[in-house]
Design a protein around this ligand. Structure first.
Ligand code: NAD
Ligand code: MG
Length: 380
């Protein structure tokens, strides 16, 4: 029996993880958690009967414990609750399906408790990869990628000798605004940004896909997961989202992982690794597929990507500033307090004013997040 806890079970990745668990008799969920959506969490608790449910919001946690009095699930709350869920003695793996840097502490707690990590929460690696990766090594745990591109790379690397990897070709759909000019981007709305052509995801990552910040975060995620230099990662626009990423070897050979866009595949692969299992769903039909197209990303218009590459090359605490500024800016955009292109200005200004700390400790990372957020609040 594979015993699992899910950080962020009510979101897009969380609910799809539960769909995978439902289809696999030998997987069991012992911990669920949410920010404040206790209605969905209650339904999940009644179906999966976990030992522990963590709710961030204290009031919502109280309401939930009254609602589920008739069950054996214990409710915990706040960061303490997330840490308890991450380190539950009975589990083997933590699925990090939470959004944002809030995932850092629970991920560290889970590693220290010897859990493998099925990692969707890329913001944690982007900001604390220099702490997480060595810790994973020290505790002999596996970090299994759930992000579709990184799962694709991971799948292509199976059976290969790591030293023969020459380059990662990280694919991107280009998002809903592919082909737009800067002028056109100036007027896009929240609704426009939330209309992703190929994937149905949480709001934050959907906006990140529209700005190409998501691809920037994924470049940094790839650096940590696969220990490559920034120059070894090339972003390729593949609008149909059929090639999920590719790797090039030192002999010029390229392997690609393809399929219809379905996050259940990378989720299930991470949970059943090293084995591959049956997964129902739509199959790629090459007789219906008229074309697979490719483009270079428009780095002039979609500044999310070059800003991320800058942050990665600068290193140290700069990726934390990039990510924290983006989290704050996207929240403001979703609240209609700023315009789409302001997201880039906010990130660029936050990075310009930051004095890099070469290898920030956890407390410094969290302090930078806080300070960046406060500065944006006072300035925008
Ligand atoms: P989402 O917004 O749909 O879900 C987020 C989950 O986190 C929800 O369950 C929410 O309740 C929970 N959460 C938020 N704040 C919390 C808090 N303070 N305490 C406890 N729980 C909290 O997001 P998503 O699209 O599922 O994305 C989750 C992560 O996975 C992100 O890092 C994203 O970049 C990554 N990811 C998502 C997809 C996708 O297809 N959705 C693909 C690749 C990577
Ligand atoms: Mg992705």
């Amino acid at each position: 029996m594979k015993k699992i806890a899910i950080l962020g079970s009510t979101g897009s990745i969380g609910t799809q993880t539960l769909e995978v668990v439902r289809e696999n008799q030998d997987m069991q969920v012992l911990g669920l958690s949410a920010g404040r959506n206790i209605d969905r969490l209650e339904a999940q608790i009644r179906e999966f009967r976990p030992k522990l449910a963590a709710v961030w919001d204290m009031q919502a946690a109280k309401e939930l414990s009254i609602k589920i009095q008739d069950t054996n699930t214990q409710v915990v709350s706040g960061m303490e609750g997330l840490l308890a869920l991450a380190a539950m003695p009975e589990t083997e793996v933590l699925v990090t399906a939470i959004v944002g840097m809030i995932g850092i502490k629970p991920t560290i707690a889970a590693i220290r408790a010897g859990k493998d990590i099925a990692l969707a929460n890329k913001e944690t690696l982007v900001t604390a990869g220099h702490l997480i990766m060595p810790l994973a090594k020290e505790y002999h745990i596996q970090i299994l990628p759930v992000d579709s591109e990184h799962s694709a790379i991971f799948q292509c690397l199976q059976g290969e000798c790591r030293e023969t990897l020459s380059r990662i070709l990280l694919t991107a759909s280009g998002g809903p605004f592919r082909g737009y000019t800067q002028r056109e981007l100036a007027h896009v709305t929240v609704e426009d940004a939330l209309r992703h052509p190929n994937w149905s995801m949480g709001q934050k990552i959907t906006v990140d896909s529209a700005t190409l910040v998501n691809k920037g975060l994924e470049v940094m995620e790839a650096k940590w997961l696969f220990d490559v230099e920034p120059k070894q990662i090339t972003v390729v626009i593949q609008p149909q989202s059929i090639i999920h990423s590719m790797i090039e070897f030192i002999d010029g050979g390229i392997l690609a992982q393809m399929g219809t866009p379905d996050m259940k595949l990378p989720i299930q692969y991470a949970l059943s690794y090293p084995h591959r299992r049956s997964l129902p769903g739509k199959r790629l039909d090459f007789s219906q597929l008229t074309s697979l197209t490719f483009q270079a990303p428009d780095m002039e218009t979609f500044q999310g990507l070059p800003l991320a590459i800058d942050a990665l090359k600068t290193g140290g605490s700069m990726p934390t500033v990039f990510n924290a500024a983006n989290e704050k800016a996207v929240a403001k955009f979703l609240h209609r307090e700023i315009r789409f292109l302001d997201i880039y200005d906010i990130i660029a200004e936050a990075m310009a004013r930051h004095q890099k700390i070469p290898s920030p400790e956890l407390s410094e990372i969290l302090a930078i997040e806080e300070e960046t957020g406060q500065w944006i609040e006072s300035r925008w």
